[in-house]
Design a protein around this ligand. Structure first.
Ligand SMILES: CC(=O)SCCNC(=O)CCNC(=O)[C@H](O)C(C)(C)COP(=O)(O)OP(=O)(O)OC[C@H]1O[C@@H](n2cnc3c(N)ncnc32)[C@H](O)[C@@H]1OP(=O)(O)O
Ligand SMILES: CC(C)C(=O)C(=O)O
Length: 533
């Protein structure tokens, strides 16, 4: 790092201290990326970093620059182009590591060097083979070196929770005296409990010399499923920085999930003395989905805050409650975290209230007798299918067999993809009235090409709003479900299909939509499911 850059970084001074603000330190690109299956390329990290900046994280740990040339250049690229968060890199207490971070974060307008050293007896004796005094000396020397490059230095006592509290206090007192601006208490192996970590933070804040001049930070892992609870307990006991990741990705069982901490602070502000974060919560869903897309690791349906089921209700009693007042079964609004809306999903547990609501939304106002009749058929169908879709409901309402496809059928499909150029697809469709239509198209990938070819063949323009592929089972021959939502003449229509070939599943899903357009006269534009506020 040039001396000029060092001055620029150091002039930023200490991090934002403020007793009513919890700093969000995002380590998705460092601890998150360390987990098997989550490696990202430089371009992907850059994309993710800019999404994290838009989300409003305070500190963005962009990587471990000494790990590899690629990690170094990723951190440097982020420091060069991402503005907003303080850009941070991790280093051992070694000159080479610290220098690598310093060079990598040099272009950042706000930088931080994060150094760590394990302090617990197990790590001291078996891993580092250092005495207590050597640990203190190494930590202090590391902080002093880092301060030569950057005014904002965080020190983490790896495995702090399993460290003797009096020794941990000694280490923290020493690094604060040396100039560390943030001291981090990692629960490296996810061992602590909420009560224990709260006691530890309270004790450290009372017993560490200079505690009042630094930010105390928590870094919790999820080995026992308590990372978020432990982070929140640490906040209750005075932590004003939490280290967390999108979707809770990270070593082993992961880190504390950013979205859960942020929303717990917001929804239960009554329990957290009105503490706030700088996170733009409406961006949570999009950011989480971007990470899933980049890493190819899907988000569990039941994942808190951002999972597909987080604001979806299938059971009749809940749906009835939701239609009367959504506070009955939701403690926050889907829109608050970036979903378009809550969803009432029709399935075998649903009741008449939700069915009537969906039929009405689709333009079918049935009297009680007709509703009863459709309801019986709906339950029979729902017992056979995982989910009942709008196409099925419409078919029941107009007296068709929902499982009989048509009038369009797919009789031939051929799709090819090429590296460096567009993909192409050709389809042949047959219609119940005897027509046979063949069409071909090129597109941005085989799915896009096949959607265009089907669209030409049936003669409808589809504006695809959403497209999801989900594996229904594991293995190379797994069944994939394609779900498509399109806007047609101002109306949202959804189609879905299953196949071992995802291109075929996509073709059939769009064909389902084409068939519905032919079957049902569009009564009125779809509105979001009406849910009382
Ligand atoms: C809890 C955490 O998440 S810590 C961060 C974990 N992340 C990573 O490890 C990802 C990046 N790591 C790497 O790419 C590599 O481990 C490197 C490049 C940093 C080091 O590689 P190598 O030099 O081959 O060492 P290796 O990883 O095998 O062993 C770690 C060495 O660092 C030492 N070490 C571990 N922690 C520290 C520390 N905080 N400060 C100083 N030295 C340390 C170990 O004692 C060991 O030293 P030794 O080589 O003298 O025995
Ligand atoms: C380096 C520290 C912060 C860490 O990742 C851990 O201890 O889990």
């Amino acid at each position: 790092m040039t001396s000029e850059a060092a001055v620029e970084n150091s002039s930023e001074g200490k991090p934002e201290l403020g007793q009513d603000r919890v700093l969000i330190f995002d380590t998705t690109l460092r601890d998150g990326e360390q987990a098997p299956g989550f490696s990202m390329s430089r371009a992907q990290k850059l994309r993710m970093a800019s999404a994290l900046a838009d989300l409003g994280v305070d500190i963005l740990e962009a990587g471990f620059p000494h790990a590899s040339d690629d990690d170094f250049s990723s951190v440097r690229a982020i420091a060069t182009s991402v503005r907003g968060p303080r850009i941070c890199g991790l280093a051992r207490c070694q000159q080479g590591d610290i220098e690598s971070v310093a060079r990598a974060i040099e272009p950042a307008t706000k930088g931080r060097i994060h150094i760590f050293l394990a302090t617990s007896p197990l790590h001291r004796e078996f891993k580092l083979q250092m005495s207590r005094q050597q640990v203190i000396d190494t930590a202090v020397a590391g902080v002093e070196r880092a301060l030569g490059y950057c005014g904002d230095v965080e020190f983490s006592a790896e495995d702090a929770i399993r460290t003797e509290p009096d020794f941990l206090a000694e280490v923290f007192s020493a690094v604060i005296a040396a100039g560390a601006t943030t001291v981090n208490v990692p629960d490296t192996v996810g061992y602590t409990t909420p009560i224990e970590i709260a006691e530890r933070f309270a004790w450290l804040r009372a017993n560490v010399r200079g505690a009042e001049s630094v930010v105390f930070s928590a870094h919790c892992h999820d080995d026992l499923g308590m990372a978020v609870a432990n982070s929140l307990a640490a906040i209750s006991a005075g932590a004003r920085q939490v280290e967390c990741t999108i979707n809770g990705i990270g070593e082993r069982a992961g880190n504390a999930a950013l979205e859960e901490i942020v929303m717990a602070l917001r929804v239960r502000s009554d329990r957290f003395a009105g503490l706030t974060t700088g996170i733009r919560a409406k961006r949570l869903h999009a950011t989480a989905r971007l990470l899933a897309q980049i890493t190819g690791q899907p988000i569990a349906r039941n994942k808190a805050i951002i999972g597909e089921n987080a604001f979806a209700h299938e059971s009749g009693i809940h749906q009835h409650g939701m239609l009367k007042h959504r506070g009955t079964y939701e403690i926050m609004h889907a829109e608050d975290v970036g979903f378009a809306r809550s969803q009432l999903v029709l399935g075998k547990h649903s009741g008449r209230h939700a069915l009537r609501e969906r039929l009405s939304m689709l333009g079918h106002e049935l009297d009680e007798a007709a509703l009863d009749e459709v309801f019986v058929q709906f339950k029979t169908l729902a017992d056979r299918k995982r989910e009942v879709f709008d196409a099925d409901i419409e078919a029941l309402a107009v007296g068709r067999d929902p499982e009989a496809a048509g009038p369009w059928h797919l009789s031939h499909l051929h799709a090819t993809s090429h590296v460096d150029s567009s993909a192409s697809a050709s389809v042949r469709l047959t219609h119940d009235d005897g027509r046979v239509v063949s069409e071909a198209a090129i597109g941005d990938g085989p799915v896009d090409a096949v959607l265009r070819a089907v669209s030409r063949a049936v003669g409808h323009e589809f504006a695809v709003e959403e497209f999801h592929i989900r594996a229904l089972s594991e293995g190379g021959d797994a069944q994939g479900q394609a779900a498509i939502s399109v806007i047609h003449e101002g109306r949202e229509l959804r189609g879905q299909a299953v196949s071992t070939d995802i291109v075929e599943a996509a073709a059939k899903a769009i064909l389902e939509i084409a068939n519905r357009i032919e079957h049902v006269a569009v009564a009125r534009p779809t509105e979001p499911t009406a849910i009382a506020h």
